[in-house]
Write a protein that binds this ligand. Structure first.
Ligand code: NAI
Length: 457
């Protein structure tokens, strides 16, 4: 059977591309080997946010005294939290299934393998069935990296260690949890399990948590969580996992950390193995598919979007890349920009960022200005965050008078960072931004304040 477009993978890049293509009247086949919605909906973005919201409510109730509210007998029931998480996931994935159906997308279940191409078609096989298409979009996503740490694969098999997938379905709350990797997944999960009562230790090999984020903000976030009881071991590397402990090196010292469960969150790699890339000649670099700004691979009519191209492993980047790919398939010129991709760690407080950091600006050698404001400048932040030590940083190109980076450590940051994305994508000058009216009182007024303070530097 021949289609206009075959999409391999039904995660954010795959399902969105299928929807957009079908909407533009391309006959579209979407092939998914597991669950429609991919990691994002089934074992990533959405389930974690469901858990973290319950934890936030619980934390709020537990610490309500400082707001004049006395709550008694407050507890959190992990089983009920999980049940609600499953309900939310089911609702969203069934919504996507029905949207694909109503748009006329054919959904096939199975593992797709590229088997070859001719002048006018690319061939894809699923089990015994072969399909053809004018264009193919590869959107097979990514998987957790499992490094060759002594004992780790056995520990994963036995259930002592787990990845982002299994941690979201743990029926029992571990008394002691060791998180290997203090990046996005590690911090979000450390936050949840800390809130619901686990003793959490984060083992991070760098001298800071939260990866590429602004160091000053990451350090404040770390202090917030240390106050809540999380132990951070920085410059520490896991060396062995098993027998109820994680052995990690800390300089010349070796530490035995006894625990009941280990979460491995040290990064993800593109899913490119076993999908037949060699048979059609699609080029990869460090395991990820090489794409240009139109999401084209080196092979005509084969595109790749989402985590599989390793550019920015975020669902919202995947959505946009999928749109760019479909537009180019339709002959509509469209290009991907990566300068204004927001990123959020949904801890409490949230850490949201976009563009470059102060350190990157400094090393670029170009003239720049930084405005650093305590979040207390925002009346609403002050009203809602007793004792809060959130911080906002704005980085501006001193020559072009454009915003080139923003970093916020505060609640609602995930919701308002998009306003900076709009400023950057629309290439607005500081003078143009000054004319934008921000609702008052809001936490995002901090951006307006920072824009005006740029002049005073
Ligand atoms: P990550 O790259 O964010 O963090 C991994 C951390 O592990 C790094 O800090 C690294 O230095 C550390 N590490 C590596 N090897 C280590 C070792 N042997 N011992 C100790 N530490 C070690 O990766 P993570 O958290 O697994 O997330 C994967 C991807 O999923 C990211 O690209 C992220 O963007 C995406 N994601 C995004 C979310 C969001 O947008 N809120 C939520 C969850 C995941």
């Amino acid at each position: 059977m021949k289609y206009d477009l075959i999409v391999i993978g039904g995660g954010p890049a795959g399902y969105l591309a299928s929807e957009r293509a079908a909407h533009a009247r391309l006959s579209t086949l979407c092939i998914e080997k597991s669950n429609i919605g991919g990691v994002c909906l089934n074992e990533g973005c959405i389930p974690t946010k469901t858990l973290l919201y319950s934890a936030k409510l619980f934390d709020g109730a537990m610490h309500s005294e400082k707001y004049g509210v006395t709550a008694q007998g407050v507890s959190i029931d992990h089983t009920k939290v999980l049940a609600r998480k499953n309900k939310v996931v089911k609702l969203l994935t069934s919504g996507i299934r029905s949207s694909l159906k109503s748009l006329g997308v054919t959904v096939a279940t199975g593992e797709a393998v590229l088997v070859g191409h001719s002048d006018d078609a690319i061939r894809v096989r699923v089990d015994e069935t072969e399909y053809e298409a004018n264009d193919v979009l590869i959107a097979t996503g990514s998987s957790a990296v499992v490094p060759p740490i002594d004992g780790l694969s056995g520990a994963i098999e036995s259930g002592f260690a787990c990845t982002n997938r299994e941690i979201l379905s743990l029926s029992e709350v571990p008394k002691r949890l060791v998180v290997i990797g203090g990046g996005v997944i590690g911090l979000e999960m450390a936050s949840y399990f800390n809130s619901i009562g686990s003793e959490v230790t984060v083992v991070e090999m760098l001298d800071h948590i939260a990866g590429e984020n602004d160091r000053e903000l990451s350090a404040i976030l770390q202090k917030n969580y240390e106050r809540k009881g999380i132990r951070f071991l920085l410059n520490a590397k896991a060396q062995r996992v098993g027998d109820g402990e994680v052995l990690c090196s800390l300089g010349t010292e070796m530490l035995h950390i006894e625990c009941d469960k280990v979460l491995l969150s040290i990064g993800r790699h593109a899913n490119t193995a076993g999908i037949g890339l060699e048979s059609v000649g699609v080029a990869t670099e460090r395991g990820a598919i090489i794409t240009d700004s139109h999401m084209r691979t080196n092979v005509p009519h084969i595109y790749a979007a989402g985590d599989v191209n390793g550019k920015s492993m975020l669902a919202h980047t995947a959505y946009r890349e999928a749109e760019v790919a479909v537009n180019n398939i339709l002959g509509v010129s469209d290009e991907m920009h990566y300068d204004a991709v927001p990123a959020v760690i949904y801890t409490n407080p949230e850490l949201a960022s976009i563009g470059i950091t102060e350190a990157m600006a400094e090393s670029s050698g170009k003239p720049y200005r930084v405005v650093k404001l305590p979040m207390r400048y925002s009346g609403r932040y002050l009203a809602e965050n007793e004792g809060g030590d959130g911080l906002f940083k704005l980085i501006v190109d001193a020559e072009t008078q454009r915003v080139i980076g923003a970093h916020a450590l505060c609640n609602y940051a995930s919701e308002f960072i998009v306003s900076v994305a709009v400023m950057m994508e629309a290439d607005m000058t500081l003078e143009q931004i000054k004319k934008v009216i921000f609702p008052h009182p809001t936490v995002c007024e901090i951006i307006r304040e920072a824009i005006f303070q740029c002049d005073e530097q």
